[in-house]
Design a protein around this ligand. Structure first.
Ligand code: NDP
Length: 375
């Protein structure tokens, strides 16, 4: 079934005069929570390419990357992505708007947009190199946007796109899973109680896989409620020893990193195509520290060395990344509307409470997502 159909409507750039500024939370430098500033004079986004749409934000979602970006994480790579010819002065990314998830309504379409029209209710994950969703409006390319599931409210929908796009890119593109080949696959999810984990559990379960979830004991009810078959508490220690007593796995999705990388690949079925995929990579840290060229070289060297080392032991080692994709969100919408996946909203904040929302994120121990109502 085609999930993305052209609509019988030719979108065009509006000719009526419209606002040149909007309300937004911006940062003017990298740093702690105090750098967040509310303004009613942020530049109104403009359609620069014919495939772009402007979305009126009704709800926004926060992710750990917003916290990291507030502190300057990834600045070198993201600056290069925004300004490849390096024509802007240093700090040209400011005022920078954070917020990676959006649920809202299409306000305006570029001339070549065929699948959306003004008034459509949509959701999207905003790539980190674009201005974010903690604002009244955001501009995105049409292929990053998807029609929102009808069964979700805007705050619920804003809890999904970034973690869904990351889980999709990892489980489908990097691990090669889909609804036809996942049945009975043994999947270990480390960091199961967070945004990505709570989504990934449901996706694997919807496709018939077997999920072992690693989380704190007080998250057991949450992850079991999402379908996890087996739960292992890491907080009482020796999680690697506990996991070694279980049958080996076909896939490990690790959203915790650090020490887990030392023991987790040993839990995979050897010489059976099994994969360990970690979301915690040094990619952006390397370019921050070494510059773009040397940082990328260092990352290539690191991944090649690790992949080779694990390959010699019969398992595959990969890094997983967020990838913006409207078509992937179209598939997720079908799963949500079919009742196979539900959003996990931990806490909702109003637009005036954005600094409090960041503080909540900063405390860690997420049990799902933090969302902000912008309307
Ligand atoms: P969250 O903050 O939503 O969740 C992290 C979860 O992990 C929390 O529930 C936390 O709960 C739990 N946790 C912490 N330590 C452990 C541990 N040792 N074992 C098991 N669970 C643990 O984060 P996200 O799910 O959104 O993202 C997870 C990670 O993935 C982040 O580091 C993020 O930056 C990264 N990421 C990377 C992407 C990429 O493109 N490479 C894209 C998206 C995310 P508690 O502390 O109570 O146990």
């Amino acid at each position: 079934k085609a999930l993305r159909k052209p609509v019988l409507f030719t979108c065009s750039s509006a000719s009526a005069p419209r606002a040149t500024v909007m309300a937004a939370w911006v940062i003017d430098s990298y740093g702690p929570n105090e750098v967040l500033r509310f303004t009613e004079n942020a530049p109104f986004p403009a359609i620069r390419y014919p495939n772009e749409v402007i979305v009126k934000v009704l709800s926004a979602g926060l992710n750990p990357i917003d916290l990291s970006m507030r502190g300057g994480y990834g600045a070198a790579t993201l600056r290069m992505r925004r300004d490849p010819l390096n024509v802007n002065r240093s700090g040209g990314e400011f005022p920078l708007i954070l917020g990676r998830d959006v649920s809202g309504v299409v306000m305006e379409c570029g001339l070549s947009v065929t699948c959306f029209r003004p008034g459509d209710k949509v959701w999207a994950a905003v790539p980190p190199w674009k201005q974010g969703s903690l604002a009244e409006f955001v501009v995105l390319s049409g292929n990053e946007v998807s029609l929102k599931p009808g069964s979700l409210s805007h705050p619920e929908a804003a809890a999904v796109p970034y973690v869904a796009s990351t889980a999709w890119s990892t489980l489908v593109n990097s691990a090669g899973l889909n609804k036809d080949n996942c049945s009975k696959k043994r999947v270990l999810i480390i960091g199961a109680s967070g945004g990505v984990g709570t989504f990934a559990i449901q996706m694997v379960k919807a496709w018939g896989g077997h999920v072992t979830a690693v989380c704190s004991q007080n998250a057991e009810g949450l992850v079991r409620g999402l379908g996890a078959d087996h739960v292992v508490d890491y907080a009482t220690g020796a999680v690697d020893i506990k996991l070694k007593t279980l049958d080996k796995f076909d896939l490990i999705l690790d959203s915790v990193g650090g020490d887990t990388e030392r023991w987790a690949p040993g839990l995979l079925k050897p010489w059976a195509g099994a994969r360990y995929i970690t979301l915690v990579t040094p990619f952006l840290r390397n370019t921050d520290a070494l510059g773009v060229a040397d940082g990328m070289m260092q990352s290539a060297l690191t991944i090649a060395t690790k992949a080779l080392k694990h390959f010699s032991k019969g398992v595959h080692y990969r890094w997983g990344f967020f990838a913006p994709s409207g078509p992937a969100l179209d598939e997720v919408r079908e799963m949500v509307d079919a009742g196979q996946i539900r959003p996990v909203v931990e806490q909702q904040f109003s637009f005036s409470q954005v600094p409090q929302a960041f503080l909540k994120l900063e405390k860690g121990h997420a049990r799902g997502k933090v969302v902000v109502s912008v309307d």
